[in-house]
Design a protein around this ligand. Sequence first.
Ligand SMILES: Nc1ncnc2c1ncn2[C@@H]1O[C@H](COP(=O)(O)OP(=O)(O)OP(=O)(O)O)[C@@H](O)[C@H]1O
Ligand SMILES: [Zn+2]
Ligand SMILES: [Zn+2]
Length: 740
Amino acid sequence: MAQFAKVVLERNLDKEFDYLIPDSLLGVVQVGSKVRVPFGRQILMGFVSSVMSHPDYPDCKPITEVIGKKPFLDHHLLELARWMAGYYSCPYETALRSVMPEAVRKADAAHKEKLFVTLKKPLTPEAAEAFPKRSRKQLMVLQYLQSHGGRFLRDLMEETSTGRSSLDALEDAGWIIISPEAVDRDPFENETFLPSSPLLLNDEQKQAFLTITQAITASSPGVILLHGVTGSGKTEVYLQAMDYCLRPRQRRDCHGSGNSPLTPQTVERFKSRFAESGTQVAVLHSHLSAGERHDQWHKIHEGRARIVIGARSAVFAPVRELGLIIVDEEHESTYKQEEAPRYNARDVAVMRGKLLGAAVVLGSATPSLESFHNAAKGKYTLRSMPKRIDDKKMPLMRIIDMRQEALRQKGVHIFSGRLRDAIQERLDKSEQTILFLNRRGFATSMVCPKCGHVEMCPHCSVALTYHRGKNLLACHVCGHKAAPPQDCPACHAPDIRYTGLGTEKVEDTLAKLFPKARIRRMDSDTMTRKDSYRETLGAFRTGKIDILLGTQMIAKGLDFPNVTLVGILNADLGLHLPDFRAGERTFQLLTQVAGRAGRGEVEGEVIVQTFTPFHPAVQFARHHDYQGFYEQEIGFRQELKYPPLSHVILITIRGTNDDKAAFVAQSLRKLLAQNAPAGAILGDAAPAPMAKMKTYFRYQIMLRASSVLKLIGHVEAVLKSFTPPEDVLLTVDVDPLFLM
Ligand SMILES: Nc1ncnc2c1ncn2[C@@H]1O[C@H](COP(=O)(O)OP(=O)(O)OP(=O)(O)O)[C@@H](O)[C@H]1O
Ligand SMILES: [Zn+2]
Ligand SMILES: [Zn+2]
């Protein structure tokens, strides 16, 4: 009997098309196969999403060919993509794009010539200098490879407009390798990992371990929320649970997949633990080159790597028989993707676990209100580890009221007297200090003291930040750069002032206060090279740095036993943003940053400088009281019907013409008000807190309801019948994390 396939084409068509499976391909074309099909007068690539014996359309054309021997995607991943498309309100094809990295999709599109080009040795500045002048083109290709990583031959030739002969010449000269198959480019190949052995678990760790291993072997494992304070040994529990999952006598041959914001330290800990058994660990994160990503993906797909660790997109790793998914630091907002599909990898992990029957562990010292609420309702199993390893004390938190301090010091200073003394004490004792300020640059705005003019970004509604090192003004939203004016652009008064504190200024002041200290700043301005992050952390670990100063980059996951002091310079920074999660984020950040102190033998001290010392987020963090914070915060959410007691959908309307965007927002708001599901709360069409961004004027409509599915259905139905003018753009964000 004839068979037919539904195919999702590599085009944003939001629709699947039916094709006949020709006799020659019967049995070869399966769900998840990558195929080429005729479409109009073109041949397009696509994925088979289902196979059936009756097509929905008569006269289907036959599939032209199949790419690859086995299906690229198993049906679970296709199902997951379908769920994402429905839940996050985007085309199926958009969801599929996330599930499968571009490096893999593209690579095999060029299946005729699957040659791959890699640099054989790094191109040093000296070698570039010495390159013969007449071979400029070849030099350019090497530089391109150096910055982009390995490329497919066809892509490389196209992207650099280079002919094959130049590339052959480079190969002959020993610069590059052109190989028919991608050689495994291991981003960590130059490192050796000392094997580490499992530690003897304490009672609380044992409990957590048991709960997870029971889930792994259960028929419907469910989700476990592991709430363990900073330094309680969660990572050790993950490592042993993964090891258990990999053991051959498990009912299923299970695979572990960790998933967290990656620090080099995390990667090292995982690789070391599994070094001895020879278990391959694949690493997926955003800094991989296309070639590296391609290799890692195939390594997983072919079952050569049984453990995957990575950032957000690792949740889609094509692990063969997934047994365990771990989402570490589950409260992190980096799990949310800020472009379509706007998914939250934590929630996708929960869904993937459910579809596959794999255990899911969400871990954090400061769980999101959503996850803790799910545990409180009994939807997730809660395991707590309330104590640090070896009964080490939680660090002592001192709150410094900067209003009092300003009176005492006659003006606002960066450092309170107490913090300054505490740093000096650590320097005297050769102990280390971490200082945290979540704002980079030198000064966060340039203000005229005479007329009050603030220099703004021409494209966004934010003030420009002054960077003294480069002597320029920069917008932290769109990247716009400008030279700092000598006098006020509005009234021409000569003495323009810089206000608002950034890390660059702190570094400057530190150097003056502590001239002998070895100070290092860590933020996205200083961490520009691929390896600078690793290098800095390495130097800090080996005691070559006394004071590490940085933005949120230093807040998470670092485990340095010699750090006995953590200073938080301005705890209020995020507190007054127009976002109902502002308090939650501040509590999480304070707790996480504080958690870096006192992880070794000596007790830790944390000094928190704030202008709002009695804010609940500050006070609960001070007492290490997650439960207390949760209870007061959930009360507030309940009262105002905010998540987790409702779901939010945020519609953003933007256009380069302000009035037009406003008008579209108002019209859409009217339509949304009709036939809205019972109990839904519809906000006004109002200018977004960031009213202008990257040259667009922005408006928002916020919808809330307890049933997210009904709300999505309503929004989709309205949008289907609503066509905005071409120059006005709409985005729909389900469960948004940023309301700006
Ligand atoms: N059972 C154990 N016995 C001895 N030491 C342990 C044990 N478990 C963990 N440790 C050590 O305790 C330290 C803290 O553990 P770990 O980093 O796993 O904590 P964590 O809960 O993941 O912390 P955070 O959330 O702050 O990143 C590590 O140095 C780890 O090696
Ligand atoms: Zn002025
Ligand atoms: Zn801007």
